[in-house]
Write a protein that binds this ligand. Structure first.
Ligand SMILES: Cc1cc2nc3c(=O)[nH]c(=O)nc-3n(C[C@H](O)[C@H](O)[C@H](O)COP(=O)(O)OP(=O)(O)OC[C@H]3O[C@@H](n4cnc5c(N)ncnc54)[C@H](O)[C@@H]3O)c2cc1C
Length: 420
């Protein structure tokens, strides 16, 4: 049985482990921390229908649907509080499942618990520092604690600052700042809930004058929100370390008070202990080299996408399943990794481009931002009227577990031109 060493126990790590196990390999997950560190970043995530569909191939969609809740509709409004349009976030799966939202921490824990429960071996506190080929065609990984583990293939699911990416190609680019920082939080406030008339299953988005704001309500009445604030330079380490939740809250409320929307009140009601402080937002420009003969990258390590696309988790899951199919079917590891890249690159780079465009809409300042505010309602309404599901190329992508790797280029869906 081929042994696969997976670096990173975030999202891509445990899902790749489950997919490889199903494909007949022996996965081992090595996570740098005692628990996944990335679970601390941001507040919550949406897992779109294309990701949920890929999870059904592993019988693992319940990991999301049991812990998260459906949010199948996006509702846009202006800074004046004027409703623009409602539209679906992707369609529905045959069983009626729609896009779900889930707290980041819960998703990380649930994926890793599911993989461990299926018998996947975990090594916590193992930070990859280097990996070298072995004479028998395998790979030997070295960790910060001085230990080594040998395997047939090494898979870097180690996120946007991937060490595996650097080992495969020392000239690989670094993450790219998107010109915005994010904040988020959770608030339970019955009076606010009743007054705002919140609709379960609807994700409200506001094109504020100084910040983009999104919020939804969970089944237990808790309000989940995020804000994106344009800023030319990254928040410095010092600012991140010294700004208190109360200061972040006051600054954000000031930015939101210029709008006639509930945003400032939602933020103002958020207590310190559920306030997610500011964090810079990045994506990953094209990574030229995804693999060598026995090392490869998946998820954010290969193609981090702006959070505004809501696709990072979903395309990481698609990677995991596709890689497993390729390793199951290809004649050898090198051929499998080449096939995996051939199947994935065009699609994920298109998703990353789309994410960068939507982030650009939020990041622009001055005249650019004014234009976006004025024109977005028109384009959103036009898209809703065409009857063509918005972004169907992104959401309707489906993988078949029975696809043979060699026939991949002809059997997988071909993306039509951008529909939005
Ligand atoms: C604010 C924000 C909001 C987002 N919202 C959404 C959303 O709504 N929907 C969505 O789909 N996506 C969203 N994303 C993107 C999503 O979080 C990522 O795409 C997803 O987490 C990628 O998973 P990953 O496993 O590739 O990387 P990560 O989740 O970053 O996990 C990487 C893991 O590798 C470990 N690691 C790192 N280096 C090493 C090493 N050297 N050795 C061992 N272990 C290592 C880390 O500790 C971590 O546990 C958002 C991102 C941000 C920042």
């Amino acid at each position: 049985m081929k042994r696969a060493l997976i670096i990173g126990g975030g999202i891509a790590g445990p899902v790749t482990a489950m997919a490889l196990q199903q494909a007949g390999l022996e996965p081992i997950v090595c996570e740098a921390y005692q628990e996944a560190a990335a679970e601390q970043i941001g507040a919550y995530l949406t897992v779109a229908v294309n990701g949920l569909s890929a999870l059904t191939l592993l019988d693992a969609e319940h990991v999301v649907t049991d812990t998260g809740h459906p949010t199948g509709t996006l509702s846009f409004s202006t800074s004046a509080g004027k409703h623009i349009v409602d539209m679906p976030i992707g369609g529905t799966l045959p069983d009626g499942t729609t896009t779900h939202s889930i707290k980041r921490r819960n998703l990380y824990r649930a994926f890793n618990a599911e993989a461990a429960q299926r018998g996947v071996r975990y090594e916590y506190g193992k930070r990859l520092v280097d990996a070298t080929p072995t004479p028998d065609g395998g790979v030997s990984a070295r960790f910060a604690d001085g230990s080594t583990i040998d395997a047939d293939v090494l898979i870097g699911a180690d996120g946007i600052r991937s060490r595996t990416r650097e080992i495969i190609d020392p000239t690989a680019p670094d993450a790219h700042y998107l010109g915005i920082y994010g904040l988020g939080g959770f608030v339970t406030n019955r009076a606010l809930y009743a007054e705002l008339g919140l609709r379960p299953g609807v994700y409200s988005m506001i094109f504020g004058k100084k910040a983009f704001f999104g919020y939804l309500v969970a089944p237990d009445g808790e309000i989940w929100w995020f804000a994106n604030v344009p800023r030319a330079n990254e928040l410095s380490r010092e600012e991140l370390a010294s700004t208190t939740p109360a200061q972040w809250r006051d600054q954000l409320v000031d930015l939101l008070l210029v709008d006639h929307t509930p945003a400032a009140r939602i933020v103002g009601a958020t207590p310190d202990h559920t306030f997610v402080p500011g964090f810079n937002q990045y994506d990953m420009p094209t990574v030229r080299t995804w693999h060598n003969d026995n090392m490869v990258i998946v998820g954010d390590a290969a193609h981090a996408v702006a959070s505004s696309s809501g696709q990072g988790v979903s395309i990481a899951v698609e990677d995991a399943v596709t890689l497993a199919i390729c390793l199951r079917d290809a004649p050898d590891t090198a051929a499998a990794l080449a096939e995996y890249e051939a199947r994935r690159r065009d699609r994920v780079e298109r998703v990353v481009r789309h994410g960068a465009e939507t982030s650009g809409d939020k990041a622009s300042n001055g005249f650019g931002r004014l234009l976006v505010r004025l024109l977005t309602p028109y384009f959103l309404k036009k898209a809703a009227k065409t009857g063509v599901a918005p972004l169907s190329w992104m959401y309707d992508y489906r993988i078949s577990w029975d696809d043979r790797a060699q026939s991949a280029t002809t059997s997988l869906p071909v993306a039509p031109p951008d529909s939005m």
